[in-house]
Design a protein around this ligand. Sequence first.
Ligand SMILES: NC(=O)c1ccc[n+]([C@@H]2O[C@H](COP(=O)([O-])OP(=O)(O)OC[C@H]3O[C@@H](n4cnc5c(N)ncnc54)[C@H](O)[C@@H]3O)[C@@H](O)[C@H]2O)c1
Length: 250
Amino acid sequence: MGNFEGKVALITGAGHGIGKGIARQFAEAGANTVIVDYNAETGEETAKEITNEFVKSIFVQADVSDPEAFVRVRDKVFEEFGRIDILVLNAGVAFANKVNDISFEEWSKTISINLTGLFNTVKAFYNDFLMNKGSIVYISSGSALSGTGGGVSYPASKAGGEGLIRGLAKELGPKGVNVNAIAPRLIDSGKMMRVNYPTEESLNAVLEKIPVRRFGTIEDVANLTLFLADKANSYIQGQTILLDGGRTIA
Ligand SMILES: NC(=O)c1ccc[n+]([C@@H]2O[C@H](COP(=O)([O-])OP(=O)(O)OC[C@H]3O[C@@H](n4cnc5c(N)ncnc54)[C@H](O)[C@@H]3O)[C@@H](O)[C@H]2O)c1
């Protein structure tokens, strides 16, 4: 784990699951954290918990699909901490429906949160990043490559996000900003994995496909996020790293 003292890391969707775990690790490594979530209860709780255990963390309620909310988030971050160094684009939703069962609303919601949400977050902090030569880490999904993990709207949104990240890496690399993605598969975050594998039987069957014979943990994703955000590793640029226990496509 690198040293992030004096840095400010903003994590979207950090009230629960993977985002929360990432925020906790950044705080443990000395960074001030900004918890963004549309769920006020879990978001507040996470910021309080982190402040008590590590260093100051603030919660700002916002929906990543709302560009205006992010202007507010940016103002609040600068009011509290006066800088931004790391953006973790983690907030996401998953629906497991097949084409005939996907309503336009569901399609549109998935794209607005999982894809447009990335653009809104980056745009609000774009000029600040140029100043601090920061790092951006996007939590994608192995389903962008495999097509598994929930009907078509989810993989479509995640593959779109990876395109955005590759474009951003080209645009921001010359300015000293690192941009990379992590594509996890089957991380036991307590919620999202159950969308596709609701029974013990289905979980056991998919476990057989993972060579390391375990599901990923929140810590696995957090460890890699801190690694990619660390300027000691800044020659890694525009990459998507599969975090899947060796399963890859199956
Ligand atoms: N769990 C897995 O197996 C897995 C695998 C691959 C990728 N991922 C990705 O990791 C990320 C986190 O997943 P998780 O398992 O922790 O999910 P989760 O459902 O446990 O947590 C997601 C968090 O994001 C917040 N959120 C959702 N929509 C939001 C919005 N519009 N604005 C602000 N906050 C919002 C939720 O309130 C929640 O706190 C997601 O992008 C997901 O696609 C998860």
